[in-house]
Design a protein around this ligand. Structure first.
Ligand code: DC
Length: 238
């Protein structure tokens, strides 16, 4: 079961820094649909494991951490919502590079991925879901009628991430970020379970050189095609 089949899903997959999060959030807002940030779940498992002193390659114990994840996504806390792990606000901590690295490690553990499947599918609720991740179209919601694989050159993705972190007052070094991003891409693409790869039926969208608005409009147009009538939206570009 991938959740109730009558609930429409737009799956947006792609590498880190491709702008998936920003695009998925904007599309979900425009459609008035729910949003799943699946990367946050892997980040949360990494964070919870670190706090509990569990090694990031200890598959059996990590699966238990994933199953027992005590998380609340509070959509009303701030512009992007607030995430509570065991009652503690971890919104800012989740976005830092340490959490990203930990997420990439735990995401390579098959038992962790399996433990998170049901939790992700539970987000599929009316009127619809925009799901952002690496395997939304290939594994979690294979029946989604719109699958987008969003990408951009590694240089542009590193630069976007650099600006994003700088804006948050986090000190980063661009060459190191670029190297780290290429390394994470490689790990995500080469892992045995659910490697980062576009599904054969995904639409590839290369956002190098494109602004956010242009990408959002393209995804909304495709959503309209995939779910006629359901994904219609109000506003100037409708
Ligand atoms: O999208 P993100 O940067 O928050 O993802 C963090 C890590 O989690 C990244 O290394 C890939 C992994 N991930 C995954 O394997 N599957 C998903 N559906 C989402 C994220």
């Amino acid at each position: 079961m991938t959740g109730p089949a009558e609930v429409p899903v737009v799956a947006i997959d792609g590498p880190g820094g491709s702008g998936k999060g920003t695009i998925a959030r904007a599309v979900a807002r425009a459609l008035g649909w729910h949003m799943l940030d699946s990367g946050a779940l892997y980040r949360l498992v990494g964070l919870a494991a670190t706090r509990q002193g569990v090694a990031l390659d200890d598959g059996g114990t990590l699966a238990g951490v994933a199953h027992g994840l005590d998380v609340v996504f509070d959509p009303l806390g701030g512009e992007e919502g607030r995430t509570l792990l065991a009652g503690v606000d971890v919104t800012a901590e989740l976005r830092n590079e340490t959490a990203g690295r930990a997420a990439s490690l735990v995401a390579a553990v098959p038992a962790v991925r399996a433990a998170l499947v049901g939790r992700q599918r539970a987000f599929r609720r009316l009127p619809g879901l925009v799901a952002d991740g690496r395997d939304m179209g290939s594994v979690i919601f294979p029946d989604a009628r719109l699958k987008v694989f969003l990408t951009a050159s590694v240089e542009e993705r590193a630069l976007r991430r650099y600006k994003q972190l700088k804006q948050k007052g986090i000190d980063v070094n661009l060459p190191a970020l670029s190297k780290d991003m290429a390394e994470r891409d490689r790990r995500d693409a080469e892992r045995a379970v659910a490697p980062l790869r576009p599904s054969p039926d995904a639409r590839i969208l290369d956002s190098t050189g494109l602004g956010i608005a242009a990408v959002v409009v393209q995804v909304l147009d495709w959503a309209d095609e995939a779910y006629p009538g359901l994904a219609r939206r109000e506003g100037p570009e409708a």
